[in-house]
Design a protein around this ligand. Sequence first.
Ligand code: NAP
Length: 445
Amino acid sequence: MKEILDAILAPDSGAADFAALKLPESYRAVTVHKDEAEMFAGIPSRDKDPRKSLHVEQVPLPELGPGEALVAVMASSVNYNSVWTSIFEPVSTFAFLERYGRLSPLAKRHDLPYHVIGSDLAGVVLRTGPGVNKWQPGDRVVAHCLSVELESADGHNDTMLDPEQRIWGFETNFGGLAEIALVKSNQLMPKPAHLSWEEAAAPGLVNSTAYRQLVSRNGAAMKQGDNVLIWGASGGLGSYATQFALAGGATPICVVSSPQKAEICRKMGAEAIIDRTAEDYRFWRDEHTQDPREWKRLGARIRDLTGGEDVDIVFEHPGRETFGASVYVTRKGGTIVTCASTSGYTHEYDNRYLWMSLKRIVGSHFANYREAWEANRLIAKGRIHPTLSRTYTLTDTGQAAYDVHRNLHQGKVGVLALAPQEGMGVTDPELRARHLPAINRFRNA
Ligand SMILES: NC(=O)c1ccc[n+]([C@@H]2O[C@H](COP(=O)([O-])OP(=O)(O)OC[C@H]3O[C@@H](n4cnc5c(N)ncnc54)[C@H](OP(=O)(O)O)[C@@H]3O)[C@@H](O)[C@H]2O)c1
């Protein structure tokens, strides 16, 4: 691994140097173990501790197949899917790996008693498999997490609709929280030159998801002037949704849970901010009964902030806790776009407010190839910025996932893999200098 790192750090290493590197037989990776999938049985979700289930260990290097690439990972990040994996909810990810393994002999490689997790990376291509022409050893890349086969026509227009669509590092093995990762070469995109490794690794999954969910025609197709209610506006998804709203001429109404989180939304440029803790919204009277007066109170608060207007779009992901309110506060003809159900996936809402007011609920999931590319392009151009607040070592990934699980973080949490320290990997210092305050906005928040 040392020679790999030396080659990456040497300023004049070329494709031939990387192609000549001997690959190690094993590498360090963050894993969960199949024989521990029941370890939290009977414990409430909140008390399931990722520090107990996430391991950092040596695993064998997987065989490289056609259309694939092995990438030396300089940095990765923690997404909420790593939290789900680590607490084995809503199902153990080994069920995904088993199903994938039944697809083909090549896919069978993924069905192992351990799962190398992680759905983001920034690093350097080490080897490419047969049929890969666009990428070469030595290329500095980030990877998006859409894994598809595209053998069925269903996904030929929108690659998210492929029947074999999977999230790499969640529904496949050999993910990015490791020193080396295996990806399909179509996942690779150029690393934004003005960002450090850990900054470049941070946006990937959430930025692409927020792009499809809010901006793309496949999601809410946000337009100039729209009012957008953004739950968790300083969190992983929300911190990018807020930036997309501002950059696209819309007005974000940011919901957060503390003055610190409100402050960071202000720093991004948002003016309409709701502190849901200070204002003490209680949408549920008890486990079975919602309180429509609380929906109305939220709606009135939104009108206060917008000069009497309702929201055109609600950017939803908390799910059960907020969904009834989200449907209520959306304007006539507006859109509730949802990609998750963090607080529970059985949603309840009063359908009269949906059909009588001609609202739409749109389901959204990650992003297709093109949307992921467009989202990364906006990062590379310095139009949208990483929201990295803190970086951990690979060894401390359990703690990083714990912090995200407990909602102790802001924006995104990074993980250094091979990168010996933060701040390395910048090749366009001029562009960086132009955007430095925005790049650092979330740091140590
Ligand atoms: N389908 C997809 O492709 C996709 C992609 C990415 C993420 N996701 C899912 O989306 C969810 C959020 O991901 P993330 O990366 O944004 O996570 P995150 O960084 O934890 O941010 C979520 C934010 O939502 C807010 N929140 C949490 N529980 C809430 C509740 N009960 N009511 C209101 N607000 C609540 C919190 O903000 P405040 O405390 O400040 O309000 C939190 O910071 C996760 O379930 C994740 O698995 C899905």
